[in-house]
Ligand binder design. Sequence first.
Ligand code: ZN
Length: 174
Amino acid sequence: MMLDEVLKANKEFVKDFKATKMSHIPQKKLAIVTCMDTRLTCFLEPALGIGRGDAKIIKNAGNSAADRDVIRSVAVAIHALGVEEVMVIGHYDCGMANVDPEKLEANMKARGVDEEVLSGVDLKEWIGAIDGEEENVREVVDKLNESPFIPDDVPIHGLIIDLYDGKLKVLVEG
Ligand code: ZN
């Protein structure tokens, strides 16, 4: 199991770790909503020039704001943690733009998800599948801007990153 491997790695990590006191307040007053894509790990932060302690990073499948929890986290970051700027950062080649709802439904059924439950939802919508990565970033920016919990004076930017050359493109300048 991965758990054993992780616990072993942690033992090594703790051995060399030098504790430093850090604030939970993001030093760059920045919150980022991005995708859970594994290829963004240890990639997005250096690509943006941010380090540990600099920003609040909220991740989910497809950097979606369909989930109320994203708005909640961004609102907390602004109202309780001093965030003054928000970036929604998508990426090309996103798995959520390539979801096959039929295959997904078959997989879910095979793993014992109740057929009655499945027939009651629009699976493509429920899973948060997206039609295009750039379009999705723009929609999420709109959703955050429309939220009554997000103050109008907080700029919400929309960006997209290329996983292969690391280039960022600004889609919406908030
Ligand atoms: Zn993605």
